[in-house]
Ligand binder design. Structure first.
Ligand SMILES: *Cc1c(COP(=O)(O)O)cnc(C)c1O
Length: 392
């Protein structure tokens, strides 16, 4: 089945009895009952399919997990209350029987860096940061630190750098480390990291997969080896996504391939428009012929798709000029998040990279005039017109 077909059909219309509702209803029950206690006993023992307690699983979760597994070509999934909950559980599962050391990409989602430094570090889990696009540096850091886990994102935020998942997965396998890829930015329309040898994929469902800015969620999609530990940890510490949010994420995913394709095509148009604009100093976009990771992108990405994010530098703009520019936008929404149906602009200086010192930001190439645009499904012409009237 192709991704468009999977997105619409997998996980839905599970049979509750003689009738089949055309979509899965929201099951709010905390507990499930059976004809006799013997059946309940078998459900607890996983001998009979069913649900016992909503912290373990429920029909809304199961449908959502089934579709996420299908989209990422995984063995199984776990839907969590947020992308961050999914990341924490994935890291814990990967390290449970491995050396408590993480080799992480230096350009990570802000909260992920905080998770490593402020949550895991106090429990004795060390992290070493490395430029994930520099394979020699990655290999050297593995030899030096013997990490139990490698953590990277499929497209980095906000400079849109791309590491070679297949080569990093090979290094991980050779050294007994688990590779976790946060595939929120690229999505399974562009790359399926498990196909390239990654052990675990994580998504913020909040972004492209649910896509409407109306729910939070996260998901872990895993290979066979890590599924039992992920499920058993989840049963114990309970980060599971609730039935209402599972329903919304599941509903959103049905149009995810359509939206993503449109967003990718719109982003190409917006990147071309900005590249020739007199008020724009520089554009970062993965299809550019001078992109530093051009070769990896050509091998790794689905043909013609480069993601829906365009990052650019407003010419000669100080902080106040950038804020004025954003205030002049009429169509594009200014806030945090990405991947929604509406175009959304984020200013890293005041949002995702706020907690870094000016020096750290400068070192990472996050200049004061850099903004990140998540391109929506509107008409590209209208998005460009809005940018044009605001850039002056
Ligand atoms: C948003 C995001 C997260 C965190 O997801 P939440 O659903 O906000 O918890 C993690 N990684 C990336 C790349 C993200 O964009």
């Amino acid at each position: 089945m192709e991704i468009n077909t999977k997105a619409v059909h997998v996980g839905d219309r599970r049979k509750p009895g003689a009738f089949v509702p055309v979509t899965t209803p929201i099951y709010t029950a905390a507990t499930y009952l059976y004809e006799n206690v013997e059946t309940l006993d078998k459900v607890f023992a996983h001998e009979v399919e069913g649900y016992a307690y909503a912290r373990y699983d429920n029909p809304n979760n199961s449908g959502l997990e089934e579709i996420c597994t299908a989209l990422e070509n995984g063995h199984g999934s776990l839907a969590c209350a947020s992308g961050m909950a999914a990341l924490q559980l994935a890291l814990t599962a990967a390290l449970i029987d491995r050396r408590k050391h993480i080799l992480a990409a230096s350009a990570l989602y802000g909260a992920t860096t905080n998770l490593l430094m402020n949550v895991l570090a106090p429990f004795g889990v060390e992290t070493t940061f490395v430029d994930i696009t520099d394979l020699a540096a990655v290999a050297e850091a593995i030899q030096e630190n013997k990490p139990g886990c490698i953590l990277m994102e499929s497209i980095s935020n906000p400079l849109l750098r791309v590491g070679d998942i297949a080569k990093i997965a090979a290094l991980a396998h050779a050294n007994g480390a688990a590779l976790i890829v946060d595939n929120t930015f690229a999505s399974p329309m562009i790359v399926c990291p498990l196909d390239l040898g990654a052990h675990i994929v994580v998504h913020s469902l909040t972004k492209y997969l649910s896509g409407h800015g109306d729910t939070m969620g996260g998901v872990i999609i895993t290979d066979a080896a890590h599924l039992p530990v992920i499920r058993s940890l989840s049963r114990t510490y309970g980060p599971i996504l609730g039935p209402f949010d599972s329903y919304l994420c599941f509903r959103g995913i049905k149009t995810f391939p359509l939206r993503m394709e449109r967003q990718c095509n719109n982003a190409i148009a917006v990147a071309r428009f900005l590249e020739q604009h007199a008020c724009v100093e520089r554009v970062h976009f993965p299809d550019q012929t001078d992109h530093p990771d051009k070769q990896t992108i050509a091998q790794q990405f689905a043909p013609g798709l480069f993601g829906g994010i365009v990052t650019f530098l407003v010419k000669d703009a100080a902080k106040q000029d950038v804020m004025n520019f954003m205030d002049r936008l009429k169509l594009i929404v200014c806030g945090t998040s990405l991947g929604d149906v509406h175009s959304l602009m984020l200013y890293p200086l005041i949002a995702s990279h706020r907690d870094l010192s000016p020096k750290q930001r400068q070192r990472q190439g996050i200049h004061d005039n850099l903004v990140r645009l998540s391109v929506g499904i509107e008409s590209a012409k209208d998005i460009c017109a809005d940018l044009d009237q605001a850039l002056r």
